[in-house]
Design a protein around this ligand. Structure first.
Ligand code: NAD
Ligand code: GLY
Length: 361
């Protein structure tokens, strides 16, 4: 088993990565927990709820189950309330431990519920998508969407453990694998040129879920994310680089309607746009822009953004947590493996939006 440690001010905790970890969840349940609330959705539960429940019951604690509807379209206040309803109906108390069994949508909502329920209870992340295993389950960002913007209502709240079983990816649809790989290659783009090279050489193996390739990609991604989050938990500086491609990506998601493109697909395409912007503003070599585009294509994500029209694009991007005083700021790459976070001149942005977008069919 590989263990990566997160040491953020809001909590120190292990990320355990091991095939079969789903059957060992009891090992991470705190001894003083009074009960466990496992929370999932019908899709994930259909595959893994029985195993996860059995494994949690080995702790000797009462396990209750709360089911949420599946999908980004349900990542909202109403669904969040279902968690509170379930916890209160089952008389869960301050020492109940929540367990998020699912992808980033379940993980983000359970984390936010844990931050709020009785002013804060402990929770464990059991991520079941590649995206959640390499990104969303680590670092304590929790949220729900608002009709006016994605992840706008939330909290920084760290789990007590992250339990990653790469074996559960076997049932993940190929499109979801590609979406998760977008967040994997992001780490190469922003801090690790050697990892970017490795991803270029292993794109096929990663898409095919080759065990060794995927395990290494999860481990390296978690190491990088843990390091960044440990240095800047609340995104006062460094952590912003983890949002490479996300300003464009979030605009795609909200512009098309949540769920139309997968989050990772939108981020993949957004990274190509951010690389184009980096070429104009930071002098990223055109050969490197091409490498980013080809790698995004190789992992199976879209590389051509929807054409909302430049003004609508900019309007959509204004609803971004990195915007300050109406000024749009972007993560850009002077070179592959290095990221800076700064405002981009509007003219440069318009140039890139004009160049890269084609009409929506
Ligand atoms: P998701 O949670 O919607 O999962 C994708 C689909 O796969 C769902 O239908 C889900 O039920 C299904 N699924 C999950 N595991 C499965 C499995 N093992 N086998 C078969 N099907 C499975 O999507 P996601 O890509 O995991 O997460 C996206 C969300 O994560 C977005 O809301 C995004 O904002 C959020 N996110 C958060 C952070 C963070 O730091 N908190 C970082 C990145 C993304
Ligand atoms: N996924 C961006 C972050 O966790 O900061």
């Amino acid at each position: 088993m590989t263990t990566v440690n997160v040491e953020a001010p809001g909590g120190h905790y292990p990320i355990h990565i091991h095939a079969g970890r789903l059957d060992r969840l009891a090992q991470s349940v705190p001894h003083d927990a009074t009960s466990i609330a496992m929370i999932s959705n019908p899709t994930v539960a259909g595959h893994y709820a029985d195993r996860a429940r059995k494994s949690l019951e080995e702790s000797g604690k009462r396990v209750i189950y709360i089911e949420l509807p599946d999908g980004e379209a349900h990542k909202d206040w109403r669904t969040l309330n279902r968690i509170f309803d379930g916890l209160l109906q089952s008389r869960c108390d301050r020492k109940t431990v929540l367990v998020a069994l699912g992808g980033g949508v379940v993980g983000d909502m359970v984390g936010f519920a844990a931050a709020c329920y009785m002013r804060g209870v402990r929770f464990i992340q059991v991520p079941t998508t590649l995206l959640a295993q390499v990104d969303s389950s680590v670092g304590g960002k929790t949220a729900v969407n608002h009709p006016l913007g994605k992840n706008m209502i939330g909290a920084f709240y760290q789990p007590v453990a992250v339990e990653i079983d790469p074996g559960v990816l076997e049932t993940l649809p190929a499109r979801e694998v590609s979406a998760g790989l977008a967040e994997v290659i992001k780490y190469g783009c922003i801090v690790d040129a050697a990892f970017f090279d490795w991803c270029e050489h292993n794109a096929g193996a990663l898409r095919a879920l080759d065990h060794d390739a995927v395990s290494y990609a999860i481990e390296r991604s978690c190491q990088i994310k843990a390091r960044v989050v440990s240095q800047d938990e609340r995104e006062s500086g460094l952590r912003a680089i983890l949002n490479f491609g996300h300003t464009f990506g979030h605009a795609i998601e909200s512009g098309l309607g949540y769920g139309e493109w997968l989050h990772g697909e939108a981020v993949g395409c957004g990274m190509v746009q951010a690389a184009e912007l980096s070429a104009v503003v930071k002098g990223l070599a055109s050969a490197d822009v091409r490498r980013v585009r080809e790698l995004v294509r190789a992992i199976g994500c879209p590389v051509v953004p929807p054409n909302f029209g430049t003004d609508r694009w900019i309007e959509l991007m204004q609803v971004d947590k990195k915007t300050e005083g109406g000024v749009l700021r972007f993560i850009m790459l002077p070179r592959i493996g290095e990221a800076v976070f700064q405002p981009a001149p509007l003219q440069a942005l318009r140039e890139v939006l004009h160049k890269t977008a084609v009409p929506v069919l």
